[in-house]
Write a protein that binds this ligand. Structure first.
Ligand SMILES: Cc1cc2nc3c(=O)[nH]c(=O)nc-3n(C[C@H](O)[C@H](O)[C@H](O)COP(=O)(O)OP(=O)(O)OC[C@H]3O[C@@H](n4cnc5c(N)ncnc54)[C@H](O)[C@@H]3O)c2cc1C
Length: 521
């Protein structure tokens, strides 16, 4: 019978298998080098709240099951547990969007003998990369292929952080297992704060495609959905590139940047709701400084990974919080159309750049900005992004200000070095952003500096605008069947529908929607 024990290890102990073994033996009361049972670390996290930084580890001793097999798509490109091509004649589910919600919906569909038909406005992940690189060079945004749109969705060129608070919404372990079966490092099953890295994600997404296609699913790339086919209150397909793609059910997983989909719903008079979201800036520090703050001084162990942080405070009724923190990361232009300036962050698996960045966002409710109607907050979001675009001189350069200047509400006469993928231009963000956001950020930065001494520094920069934190619109659905209240057969899904935020919760929502379709067969 396997036994689970908890041990704490210094970074030096953690780096040595012999030292970990000795710690396990001591915890079990066994003399050094006398433990015969197999053992493995099943959970690990770094605790840097006290001066002495430790790894908290859960260790399983005894009958240790074989670790997760890294089949990477397997010989025939299929992950284990997926069906063969037996779904050809099965129920057809049209899945709009190949982001995490859409891909995991498709993988689940194969498991329950349904045929997933993925309709994606963007390109396969291999071709998408050229557009992203081109976007940085030409400063032109392709509205169908960018940091948010294309195979893998917004999660592809990201840090690939895999932690979520929505553990009640489904089996997080299943999502992680599917990532591992498609080539992710099995360590993501062990790390409490796991991430994959943008250099590894595209290959994983491509292997998921192999699994879906070889299991009998279909992909339609470069195919933007512009309408739904509705017969007698039931959705039975989509219109894309002027053609109809029929299905027995439609999963709408278009992400929070598919504004044309929200506008379609508004035009057609289908139910939509405004949803609070958050808005702010991306703050960038030298990673070394964040390491020194979090790991308590310059003498920290260099065996530790680049440090992260997570901060939250309340200012005048608004939550202000750090969001999508990317240690050793890069800031990217995340606009999805011309006339917008948006920033976000990503990191490689090694998180090895010299910069740490994080979104810092203030919650926005309709009453804060006098927004009316379901698209009121979306209009507000658009206006702020357009102001940021103008502040950059009418392009996707990043309007930037030093943190210390922002606090004094004065323009920056010089800027720090930045790891933005593009150019930074000095801009008075205290004038570009709405005043309640500026006030919230200023108070929050002072509070964050009390929690992390040194957070306010001349070396920190703010880049604007961090506006795609979550969707400002919700596409409602019945809480039991997950179908749109007016449109039977339509399953609003993932972040764009307002039911998820992040890779794992969107993936879980995709799985849930397909399970609901399956129950109603
Ligand atoms: C740069 C960046 C870094 C991020 N880092 C992280 C991170 O580290 N961890 C984390 O958990 N989250 C991260 N996120 C957020 C995460 O990516 C999203 O929460 C997640 O991708 C949402 O999944 P989704 O499937 O609901 O939507 P999306 O991923 O947005 O996918 C929607 C898909 O629908 C397609 N689409 C849109 N409209 C149409 C249409 N009309 N017809 C056909 N197809 C359409 C799009 O092209 C896209 O592929 C990051 C986001 C960005 C932009």
């Amino acid at each position: 019978m396997a036994k689970q024990i908890q041990i704490d290890l210094t970074p030096e102990e953690y780096a040595s298998e012999a030292a970990v073994r000795r710690a396990v033996e001591r915890a079990l009361g066994v003399a050094d080098n006398h433990m015969d049972d197999p053992w493995r670390i099943t959970r690990r996290s770094i605790d840097c709240r006290r001066r002495k930084v430790v790894y908290h580890c859960t260790v399983e001793v005894g009958t240790v099951e074989e670790g997760v097999k890294n089949v990477g798509g397997g010989e025939n490109g299929k992950a284990e547990g997926m069906k063969g091509s037996g779904v050809k004649e099965a129920q057809r589910i049209v899945i709009v969007g190949a982001g995490p919600a859409g891909l995991f919906a498709a993988l689940r569909a194969l498991q329950v003998d349904m045929k997933p038909i993925i309709v994606e406005r963007g390109k396969p992940v291999e071709e998408r990369k050229a557009d992203i690189v081109g976007m940085v060079r030409t400063k032109e945004v392709n509205p169908d292929s960018n940091w948010c749109f294309g195979e893998g969705g917004a999660g592809t060129y990201s840090d690939g952080k895999l932690y979520t608070r929505s553990t009640k919404r489904g089996d997080v372990g299943e999502v992680l297992r599917l990532f591992v079966e498609h080539g992710a490092d099995p360590d993501i099953m062990v790390d409490v704060h796991a991430h994959i890295g943008t250099d590894r994600l595209p290959a994983i997404i491509a292997r998921m495609r192999d699994t879906i296609v070889s299991g009998g699913g279909e992909y339609h790339f470069n195919t933007r959905v512009s309408d739904l086919v509705v017969k007698e209150g039931r959705v039975c397909g989509v219109v894309a590139n002027d053609e109809v793609i029929e299905g027995d059910a439609v999963v709408l997983a278009t992400g929070h940047s598919a504004r044309d989909i929200y506008e379609l719903f508004a035009r057609r008079g289908w139910l939509l709701e405004a949803k609070p979201f958050a808005l702010g800036v991306r703050v960038e520090h030298p990673q070394e400084l964040i390491n020194e703050i979090q790991y308590h001084g310059r003498g920290y162990s260099k065996l530790l990974p680049p440090a992260t942080y997570s901060l939250v405070t309340q200012v005048g009724g608004h939550g202000v919080f750090s969001f999508c923190m990317c240690p050793g990361g890069v800031i990217v232009p995340a606009a999805t159309a011309g006339g917008q300036q948006v920033v976000n962050g990503m990191s490689n698996a090694a998180r090895n750049s010299a910069f740490a960045n994080s979104g810092i966002a203030v919650t926005v409710n309709p009453e804060d900005v006098g927004a009316e109607g379901p698209l009121g907050l979306l209009e507000f979001q658009k206006q702020v992004e357009a102001r940021a675009f103008e502040a950059a001189g009418g392009c996707i350069d990043a309007p930037t200000q030093r943190l210390v200047d922002f606090l004094e509400r004065r323009p920056s006469s010089r800027l720090n070095k930045s790891n933005y993928m593009g150019h930074c231009v000095s801009a008075p963000l205290h004038e570009v952003l709405p005043q309640f956001v500026v006030d919230g950020l200023i108070q929050a930065f002072k509070d964050f500096d009390r929690k992390m001494r040194g957070f306010i520094t001349t070396d920190a920069s703010l880049l604007a605008v961090e506006s795609r934190t979550s969707s400002p619109v919700r596409i409602p659905r019945d809480k039991d069947t997950l179908q749109h209240p007016q449109l039977r057969g339509l399953y609003p899904c993932g972040e764009g529908a307002g039911y998820a935020g992040g890779i794992v919760s969107s993936a879980l929502d995709g799985i849930r929607c397909v399970e609901s379709i399956s129950l109603q067969r």
